[in-house]
Design a protein around this ligand. Structure first.
Ligand SMILES: [Zn+2]
Length: 71
C-alpha cells in the first residue's frame, strides 16, 4: 500500500519540526517561575519581566553575552 507509507513519512517530518522549534524557544526565552510552563518573560537589558503576573527577575550583568562571544 503506497498510501500508507506516505502518511507515515509526513507524520515523522511534523514531529521533527516541532521538536526543533521547542528547543529554540526554551533556549532564547526564559519561562516565568510563577506562571510556569508556556509563559515566557520579556527580555530587557539586565532583567526579565513577566507580562502576565508582573514578576521581575534581574540578570547578572553580562555573563550570558560573554558565553556566546567565545566561539
Ligand atoms: Zn508570570
Amino acid at each position: 500500500m503506497p498510501n500508507k507509507e506516505k502518511s507515515a513519512a509526513s507524520e515523522v517530518a511534523i514531529y521533527k519540526f516541532y521538536k526543533i522549534e521547542g528547543e529554540k524557544l526554551t533556549r532564547g526565552r526564559r519561562e516565568c517561575p510563577r506562571c510556569g510552563r508556556g509563559v515566557f518573560m520579556a527580555e530587557h537589558k539586565n532583567r526579565n519581566t513577566c507580562g502576565k503576573c508582573g514578576f521581575t527577575e534581574f540578570r547578572r550583568s553580562d555573563e550570558s553575552k560573554k558565553q556566546t562571544n567565545k566561539s
